[in-house]
Design a binder for this molecule. Sequence first.
Ligand code: UTP
Length: 302
Amino acid sequence: MKQVRKAIIPAAGLGTRFLPATKALAKEMLPIVDKPTIQFIVEEARKSGIEDIVVVDGKNKRSIEDHFDSNPELEDNLRAKHKDEMLKLVEETTDINIYFIRQSHPRGLGDAVLTARDFIGDEPFVVMLGDDLNNINNNGNALTKELIDSYHQTGASTLAVMRVPHEDTAKYGVINPSAEVEKGLYNVTNFVEKPDPKDAPSDLAIIGRYVFTPEIFDVLAKTKPGKGGEIQLTDAINTLNKTQRVFAHEYTGDRYDVGNKFGWIQTNIEYGLQHPQTKDELREYIKNLGAKLSAEDQKKTK
Ligand code: UTP
């Protein structure tokens, strides 16, 4: 069986939920405290044994390329001032096999994945969405590593899912599981895009990490635009599932949705509470804020 060595990070979306910040700035460069979200993804890929990464980018995404490039002027300056820790942080992001491909029109996630076909060739690969972070404080397993381990057992395309509150199913792609073949690994009848809670076949939501066999490319090439006029990855997965087994792997670790404003703020707080330079002050601040908000609430109820 071929090993999973390559990853696609689709990053060509318009990021409309973060306007106006994303008018000129790539959504993937929004920081969690001091680290751009895409750097967490790249670190997860490397921890999971990925050797080559391709980022599918679009307009306004040059900052992503610059972030993973060297910056000799900055590096010389830090070296001259003996700021060794900072220099290490800057240099860490350049020693990576990372490549960039343009998606000329944002025709959907399925189209973004298809754009990277020549880079991947005839081997299994992972897709990692920048909106979803997991295990940011390194106290559990990287989700991509779990998926790759699962692939090496089954040889089948596998999606990551997580249990979500039933009323939230309309925010996600949801699986219709037919059987739990082993703990946390499901056979799937079909995948449903953003179902109304009353129609949702389960509470297991797709969370932005996938491992695919290369056959997905032939399917994507034939997939017609679906919801929103975009080529939907979920449609292609449904088609693939008719000719090959597709599994869902349930993740039970920490997961953060940084693609919406509240999730992004929440992630900053969680990460800030572990970060050596912010944790003490932030903890104190949250305690004081909590007390202030309770006092305000009490006043309101009087
Ligand atoms: P989203 O649906 O989150 O879209 O895409 P978006 O444009 O990034 O954000 P909003 O909803 O407008 O705020 C899911 C993932 O697919 C990528 C995005 O970059 C994101 O990682 N994508 C989406 C593409 O690469 N190309 C596309 O045409 C669409």
